[in-house]
Design a protein around this ligand. Structure first.
Ligand code: ZN
Ligand code: ZN
Ligand code: ZN
Ligand code: ZN
Length: 307
């Protein structure tokens, strides 16, 4: 038996001894999580009682799934370690002192569980041992994406088709079909950097969606314009594409060739890593022609698939 085996015994007793359980349930409200789930626990952790055990692993305070160390009061009410710190050493269910009792039995039951990924409804059909499930979910390819629209803190999340519809309907983003583009960016007072905003265009190409960002910001003291492409999908797929951007006039030209970044990387992260076509404002105004009072850039580009 591992060290701490005695605690395990104590835990088992407090869960399974009828008298202890009666004390606990008379002292607490009638919908105690223990009462609700006890059949799941006793009924063992086969797939048919999965929901019961799953309920039991839900912290009675924050309702999140519990991970070791799982704590319990002397009456067997369990709670997660985060919540234990928040309740001033008093069981939120029966108000007994919590002490420092680990619920090793429940930790072990959790270990034996296999649960579906939480993004099952988004298409992930993998099953995971309880303790690796969380880690998988942080990297699951089916986890929802954040809205790629820059400039506002939009909290919408979803899969790619949902986000494409959202960009079009809610952000009124321009949508284009095709893998080449020729875009004009016009701004009447380009000297106000803080006022110079970002623009987003979405391209539908190779059956996938790409976000072309254009914006003004400052690198140190230098005002610049930047254009870059993000891929609406995961990084491993983004790497299968390449793109180029060109801007110029009067026989001069800047060319950028790159690999689109996944929208898993925030717009800001990509911008700050300067992974795109960067045009100093002076040069941008030169390319704009005229009296340098207006920004008029024509950016051409192409997206291709790498072999
Ligand atoms: Zn909790
Ligand atoms: Zn308690
Ligand atoms: Zn998954
Ligand atoms: Zn949005």
């Amino acid at each position: 038996m591992v060290p701490g085996g005695s605690a395990c015994k104590e835990v088992l007793e407090s869960h399974l001894t009828t008298s202890d359980y009666d004390i606990a349930s008379t002292n607490s409200s009638s919908n105690s999580p223990l009462r609700k789930s006890s059949t799941g626990f006793i009924g063992k952790h086969g797939s048919n009682s999965k929901n019961g055990v799953h309920d039991l692993l839900e912290c009675s305070v924050c309702k999140k799934l519990m991970y070791p160390p799982i704590h319990q009061c002397p009456n067997g009410h369990t709670l997660c370690s985060n919540c234990k710190f928040g309740v001033h050493n008093r069981c939120p269910t029966c108000h007994y002192d919590l002490g420092n009792i680990r619920c090793l039995a429940l930790e072990k039951v959790a270990e034996s569980l296999e649960l579906p990924c939480r993004y099952q409804n988004l298409g992930c059909h993998d099953i995971f041992p309880y303790y690796t499930k969380l880690k998988h979910e942080q990297n699951c390819h089916f986890r929802p994406y954040n809205c790629p629209y820059a400039g506002s803190e939009c909290s919408v999340m979803g899969d790619i088709p949902t986000l494409v519809a959202h960009l079009k309907d809610d952000h009124k983003v321009d949508m284009h079909d095709g893998c080449t583009f020729n875009h004009r960016y016009v701004k009447s007072n380009p000297h106000e950097v803080e006022n110079a905003t970002w623009m987003l265009t979405v391209f539908n190409c190779f059956g996938r969606h790409f976000c072309l960002h254009f914006e003004a910001f400052q690198i140190g003291m230098a005002p610049v314009y930047m254009a870059f492409l993000r891929f609406m999908g995961d990084d491993n797929e983004a790497k299968k594409f390449g793109y180029s951007l060109e801007v110029g006039a009067n026989g001069r030209k800047l060319i950028w060739q790159g690999i689109p970044r996944s929208i898993r990387d925030s717009h800001r992260k990509v911008r700050d890593s300067q992974d795109g076509l960067i045009i100093q404002r002076n040069l941008a105004l030169y390319f704009s022609g005229g009296d340098r009072q207006e920004l008029k850039l024509r950016i051409t580009g192409r997206i291709w698939k790498e072999d």
